[in-house]
Design a protein around this ligand. Structure first.
Ligand code: HEC
Length: 227
């Protein structure tokens, strides 16, 4: 019995030593342009899905999720914050999306899994996904309500044409969320807005914000950026 236990301990120590050697010798490939092996990818994917599934078991989508007002408000935020990674009707693949690993899903296509899809999207947008490029938008000050608006919009997006998408973005209040008054990385439109800017002050400031979003969109491929 004693010899058996010694054998188990020796094996564990050896495995730990091999693991440490692999890490410290620099043999873990962290480049984003080399894919994981199928097994590692599968393990990460399973861990992600199980983790999200567990976390959302009590999350309830608002009853008015498909309201056109929510969809409209979500459109402006989506165009301002998400489109480069997740595309939109009529939007060509982007440089950032091509380079990210895992590749951000194309949200202009219908979602693959239908079970709890709204709660799952809400959770992912709010909390992000570690080491993937998907940010935890709540850390940037986006409030739950604004996140649900984006979920409402994402659910609608696969049914939109490029023109309908552009019209919806234009009609929305632009980019709004609360809590970034001391953080100007989203640009002036966001900084000027108070918390819940999409509800009350958003009616006024939204008119200023909308052109800023459109301008941002047009700016990208055409001027200033060349390679
Ligand atoms: C810098 C790129 C980037 C930006 C910007 C970004 N995302 Fe993501 N997002 C990702 C990546 C990468 C994943 C996939 C993560 C994974 O599979 O581990 C993802 C996953 C998601 C998912 C889960 C999709 C699915 O069905 O599995 C949703 C929903 C989502 N993002 C919504 C958004 C929204 C809404 C925004 C804007 C507020 C946004 N993302 C901005 C990179 C990004």
């Amino acid at each position: 019995m004693m010899r058996f236990l010694m054998g188990v301990v020796a094996t564990l120590v050896l495995l730990l030593a091999v693991g440490a050697w692999v890490v410290y010798s620099g043999r873990v490939d962290v480049s984003a342009d080399t894919p994981h092996s199928a097994l590692v990818y599968r393990m990460i994917e399973t861990a992600r899905e199980k983790s999200v599934e567990r976390a959302i078991s009590h999350a309830l989508a608002p009853a008015n999720l498909s309201d056109t007002e929510r969809v409209r408000r979500g459109a402006g935020n989506y165009a301002a914050m998400c489109v480069e990674c997740h595309l939109a009707p009529g939007k060509a693949n982007s440089e950032i999306r091509k380079g990210l690993y895992p590749e951000p899903p194309d949200l202009s296509q219908p979602a693959k899994s239908q079970a709890d899809v709204a709660a799952r999207q809400f959770w992912i947008i709010k909390h992000g996904i570690k080491a993937s490029g998907m940010p935890a938008w709540s850390k940037g000050g986006i409030e739950d309500d604004a996140i649900w608006d984006m979920v409402a919009f994402i659910q609608k997006m696969p049914t939109l044409t490029a023109d309908q998408y552009a019209a919806l973005v234009e009609s929305s209040d632009g980019h709004s969320h609360g809590g970034v008054a001391d953080d100007n990385h989203h640009g002036e439109a966001a900084v000027q807005e108070a918390p819940h800017g999409h509800d009350t002050p958003g009616q006024v400031s939204g008119k200023q914000a909308a052109p800023a979003v459109v301008k941002k969109k047009e700016h990208d491929p055409n001027d200033g950026h060349a390679h």
